[in-house]
Design a protein around this ligand. Structure first.
Ligand SMILES: [Zn+2]
Length: 316
């Protein structure tokens, strides 16, 4: 039985690739530099092929297919558009290029949609049927599985949760819109809250932890201060939780999920944020729709990108 998949997690700096099985185990894994700095689409494509070759080596007969999670918007033919940080990664028929070369089924999907599918199949979302998953990092990415199916748009991958407006009079976002959730909870904007608090003369352990060097503040430092009981740090995570809770209240009203998963490096260590998100949803969403929703951290850990990309192959 062909129950192995090649999973390729395409990032701006590294391509992580591996061989996975239909239980979500990683059988082997390696990372390759993306070579985005060469500023050529072909250089990156060659690195992807190198990564796939590594995964396939020695087991070509057992491969059910290749799953690729990529930044950007992906259409229903596996063509990638508007990927940030990758050269000429626009209007790129990635699925066709890889399928023609390897003669295997290929699934190409937006990277956070991919992680959402992986969490649903093998991670925190296992056993549920309708979930929302976000990753908090530089930006906010999101995906939805509804009735056990990965949600996509009419033609394109969609579910750009990070660019949903939570404040219509809010500050301008990189996407051109105003008051997007990402503009409040993206990495730099969480850090900005701490910098502003310190500049406004608030006493906080955050400034001690970076010896007064405000440019060294990271979300992790703010989490460390929170663990020490620091008031400013606690207020920051509560406010981030309220922003996310307000967003999710809308999404809970829209699709009535059973589970909301928050992944990504930024949030994992601040329990108060998770508690606030859940409390805010219960306050703001329609009571009956919010009744049973739980907010939990992601379950897949360090291999999430590769496991999830492999999971794309096991979609049916
Ligand atoms: Zn935006």
């Amino acid at each position: 039985m062909m129950k192995k998949a090649v999973g390729v997690d395409l990032g701006g700096t590294y391509i992580k690739a591996g061989l996975t099985d239909d239980k979500g185990n990683v059988l082997k894994k390696e990372q390759f530099p993306t070579m985005a700095e060469k500023n050529s689409r072909d250089a990156v494509l060659r690195q992807i092929e190198k990564a796939i070759d590594f995964a396939i080596k020695g087991c070509a007969d057992e491969i059910a297919g290749i799953g690729i999670g990529t930044p950007g918007v992906v259409d229903d033919k596996g063509v990638v558009f508007a990927a940030p940080n990758l050269p000429e990664w626009n209007n790129l028929p990635l699925k066709k290029i890889i399928a023609d070369k390897y003669r295997l089924p290929v699934v190409v999907e937006n990277d956070v949609n991919t992680i959402t599918w992986g969490e649903f199949l093998f991670g925190a979302g296992k056993g549920y049927s309708t979930i929302i998953c976000i990753t908090l990092g530089t930006g906010l990415g999101g995906g939805i599985v509804k009735d056990k199916k990965l949600m996509r748009g009419g033609k394109y991958s969609a579910v750009e949760i990070g660019h949903i407006t939570i404040d219509y009079k809010g500050p301008r976002c990189k996407c051109g819109n105003y008051g997007c959730i990402e503009r409040f909870v993206g990495r730099d904007y969480i850090v900005e809250r701490a910098v502003n608090a310190i500049k406004n003369g608030k006493k906080t352990a955050i400034s001690e932890l970076v010896n007064g060097k405000l440019e060294d503040i990271t979300p992790k430092i703010i989490s460390d201060a929170y663990k020490q009981g620091d008031k400013v740090a606690t207020e920051i995570w509560i406010d981030v939780g309220v922003c996310l809770g307000a967003l999710f209240a809308g999404l809970v009203n829209l699709i009535n999920p059973e589970l909301i998963i928050i992944g990504g490096g930024v949030s994992q260590r601040a329990e108060i944020m998770f508690e606030t998100v859940e409390a805010t949803i219960k306050q703001r969403a329609m009571k009956i729709l919010a009744e049973n929703v739980r907010v939990v951290p992601a379950g897949l850990g360090a291999n999430t990108g590769v496991v999830s990309a492999g999971a794309l192959v096991f979609q049916k």
